[in-house]
Write a protein that binds this ligand. Structure first.
Ligand code: SF4
Ligand code: SF4
Length: 278
């Protein structure tokens, strides 16, 4: 069972919920893997504090000239829909930041002058947090595209047990890379105009990917009650609501798990657990 925590916007409690569920289910005896796919700003490790950490580089293929016999025919440039390669008179120049590593230019090159080398895009971290398997991917600073790193992380996840993924916020390619293949998406939102607006986009994304989703409303007693109207209109299942609580905010600010100090958070997590195990 792969459960992905997503949200239209940041700061809605995605990490709070995903780390709490991982800890709760691990304590209850489930085999849990927690994966932080919020690669531009992973912070699950702050709360789960993994040990026995092993790090490895993640690379993506990048075309390079391996022969000096480029004819300047331009077929590689014509093929590349990302404008990541230009053809000059006697060579092709690849822009690594734009390249998606699809390998198409290698296939269309009539002179076979292109090969591939690996380009580092980020770091994969593995470790243990109690009885839980912990994984995290961190994008290199300045790297524009995070989807390949997220795909490397999600493709390394086990097929059995409960896999809990903390996705990047938003509805970009990166978020979709984390959500694709989920058995359930938990959308964390808050009852503010921004929260409602971005929730609509996130719901559209899960529907486009044909992935079932449920909603958890965080800080439910603050802001607008219209979020509940929207949820009802959209036919969305609200699994839990968590009020704004000082104890949660304080624990989170100190990098502590709030699960043990907030009965309302615990109830929300137990609702999620029941939905996953049903
Ligand atoms: S590998 Fe794909 S994305 Fe990269 S330059 Fe070649 S055609 Fe463009
Ligand atoms: S397709 Fe091959 S031969 Fe033609 S410009 Fe590109 S690299 Fe050169």
């Amino acid at each position: 069972m792969r459960v992905v925590f997503a949200s239209g916007k940041g700061g809605t409690g995605k990490t709070l919920l995903s780390t709490s569920l991982a800890l709760h289910m691990s304590r209850a005896g489930s085999r849990v893997t927690y994966a932080d796919a919020d690669v531009e700003e992973p912070n699950g490790h702050v709360f789960l504090r993994p040990t026995n950490v092993v790090k490895s580089l993640v690379t993506v293929p990048l075309p390079v000239m391996v022969m000096p016999t480029c004819s300047g025919c331009g077929l590689c440039q014509e093929f590349c829909e990302f404008n990541a390669v230009i053809s000059l008179k006697d060579r092709a120049v690849v822009f690594p930041e734009l390249c998606h590593g699809c390998g198409g230019c290698l296939l269309v090159c009539p002179e076979y002058v292109l090969g591939e080398r690996g380009r580092d895009v980020g770091v994969m971290t593995r470790g243990r947090s109690g009885d839980m398997d912990f994984r995290m991917a961190t994008l290199h600073v300045g790297e524009a595209r995070s989807a390949p790193l997220i795909e490397a992380l999600t493709s390394s996840l086990p097929a059995d047990g409960v896999v809990i993924v903390d996705a990047p916020p938003g509805t970009s390619c990166s978020t979709m890379a984390a959500v694709r293949g989920a058995d359930l998406v938990v959308l964390a939102t808050e009852p503010t105009p921004f929260g409602i607006h971005d929730l609509k986009l996130a719901v559209g994304m899960t529907r486009a990917l044909n992935v079932p989703s449920v909603v958890v409303v965080n800080r439910a007693d603050l802001g607008s009650p219209h979020v509940l109207d929207l949820l009802e209109k959209e036919g969305l299942e609200v699994l839990a609501s968590i009020p704004h609580e000082r104890a949660i905010a304080e624990a989170y600010a100190h990098g502590e798990m709030a699960l043990d100090v907030s009965p309302s958070l615990r109830r929300a997590i137990e609702s999620l657990e029941r939905r996953i195990l049903q």
